[in-house]
Design a binder for this molecule. Structure first.
Ligand SMILES: NC(=O)c1ccc[n+]([C@@H]2O[C@H](COP(=O)([O-])OP(=O)(O)OC[C@H]3O[C@@H](n4cnc5c(N)ncnc54)[C@H](O)[C@@H]3O)[C@@H](O)[C@H]2O)c1
Length: 434
């Protein structure tokens, strides 16, 4: 690891948080009392559930603080453990309010570092696709994850995130769902939260951490290809993480979406000057940091479009053409196996076909005996860079690609940080299951 990476690793809290996993939102010990258990969070606590039938979840109009007390009793009362059937619910507004108290990049780096040390688990993702009446592609993803630091407090949960390609035409976000956190002792869900916003924010946080460790040392402009929900989440976080960013080049095949994002930037991130690019090629060539957030399943960005010194945060699945991977100066992922097992993404197909090798494998092109030309290798994971296990290669004469799969452990790590903030604030609505 270069000195700069080491310094950055510390700056994003991985090293310093090794023994105090959550830094300022550390989890162990009794759950914190809300600021004011008499008056706190009445507005959110009083909201009714959306459930409508006779078996609806019972909603007690109680304050989160009351339940923080009952949770403690569940675990500590008279030395006995009891099981409660209550859980805290956070809608999007509550998630966003609590996330404002959280350093999303630090929590992301914490989980990535533990992933590199083998202290995480992610069972196979559940994936259920179907086609709706309008011909839209729908899918449900169920993503379980656990971060289990040795000697530390584990965090476990699941994100259920569904999407329909026809949702944006209905004025709705493409993807949405809920996440749950599980109790360490009873295994009951203790928190349910709206997942769409945090899912986009965790993806953006991953990009910010990757950019800090693997991006060009100096840059002030960024290009975004695909101007939907993920693009907005990235630009929202960019301003707080990289104040040197001055201009953003936007491109979307739907010009209205690019125009909407430019307008939103003017209102919410006035320090970022938006420019709408006339083509994907123009956008890619306009900045040394390129973020792809489209929904394509066929690549369209060749290596020739990438200027020397470019860092590509390849967030979506298939924008880069194979030659961009094969000629890259370095390729980093979040988990090699997860990417390799997903042939829907270009890098997964290249790994499967032996045109790019997993770290340390070095197969040779066109010759099973190992006599042919060496193929390029994935350098490793961002977590390994953060943990100091592998070197950080920044773009120099060529381009560097970051291509994350999107890991459930990041969702649960960020959600736990949000959960702790909710308990501190007394935010949320208590649901009693029965
Ligand atoms: N790697 C990860 O961790 C991760 C996590 C979440 C989402 N994603 C991926 O991010 C992508 C974007 O998600 P979203 O929720 O923002 O979707 P979205 O539908 O809100 O936005 C996608 C945008 O891309 C545009 N687009 C489609 N094809 C294009 C092209 N060829 N050139 C330019 N623009 C194009 C669409 O018009 C749309 O505006 C999805 O592919 C999703 O699977 C990745």
């Amino acid at each position: 690891m270069d000195k700069e990476s080491s310094r950055r690793a510390s700056a994003v809290g991985w090293r310093s948080s090794r023994h105090h996993p959550y830094g300022r939102y550390r989890r162990p010990g009794p759950r914190p009392r809300p600021r004011d258990s008499q008056t706190g969070a009445a507005g959110e606590a009083d909201r009714e559930s959306g459930a409508r039938d006779g078996r609806r979840a019972r909603v007690r109009p109680r304050r989160a603080g009351d339940e923080a007390g009952s949770q403690r009793a569940a675990h500590e009362g008279n030395g006995e453990r009891r099981v409660t059937e209550d859980l805290l619910f956070l809608d999007r507004a509550a998630v966003m309010a609590c996330a404002a108290d959280v350093d999303l990049c630090e929590a992301t780096a914490w989980a990535l570092g533990h992933h590199a040390e083998g202290a995480t688990r992610m069972p196979a993702e559940g994936y259920l696709p179907w086609t709706n009446d309008a011909g839209g592609q729908c899918r449900s993803l169920a993503m379980l994850g656990a971060v289990e630091p040795p000697g530390g407090t584990p965090v476990r949960g699941v994100k259920i995130i569904n999407a329909a390609t026809t949702n944006p035409a209905l004025g709705a976000e493409r993807a949405g769902g809920v996440s749950l956190l599980f109790d360490q002792h009873t295994a009951r869900p203790v928190l349910m939260a709206e997942a769409g916003w945090l899912s986009a924010a965790r993806t953006a946080a991953y990009t910010m951490v990757s950019l800090r460790h693997l991006g060009p040392r100096e840059w002030d402009a960024l290009s975004v290809i695909g101007c939907g929900t993920l693009a907005r989440a990235h630009l929202e976080l960019l301003g707080t993480q990289f104040p040197q960013a001055k201009s953003v080049h936007l491109y979307d095949t739907d010009p209205e979406r690019a125009a909407d994002l430019a307008k939103w930037l003017g209102q919410h991130c006035p320090q970022l000057h938006p420019q709408i690019a006339p083509s994907a090629r123009a956008a890619v060539g306009a900045a040394r940091v390129v973020v792809t957030t489209t929904t394509v399943d066929t690549g369209f960005v060749p290596a020739a479009w990438l200027e020397p010194g470019t860092f590509v945060a390849h967030v979506s699945l298939s924008d880069l053409l194979p030659d961009a991977f094969v000629t890259a100066e370095a390729i980093y992922v979040d988990d090699v196996d997860l990417v390799a097992e997903n042939p829907r993404r270009t890098l997964g197909a290249l790994l499967r076909d032996g045109l790019v090798a997993a770290p340390g494998v070095t197969p040779r092109r066109g010759d099973a005996t190992g006599e042919g030309a060496a193929v390029p290798e994935v350098n490793g994971t961002l977590g390994q860079v953060i943990a100091g296990r592998i070197e950080a290669v920044r773009p120099h004469r060529g381009h560097v690609i970051s291509n994350p799969f999107g890991m459930a452990i990041l969702d649960v790590a960020l959600l736990e940080a949000v959960h702790q903030a909710a308990l501190r604030r007394g935010t949320g609505q208590r649901l009693c299951l029965y």
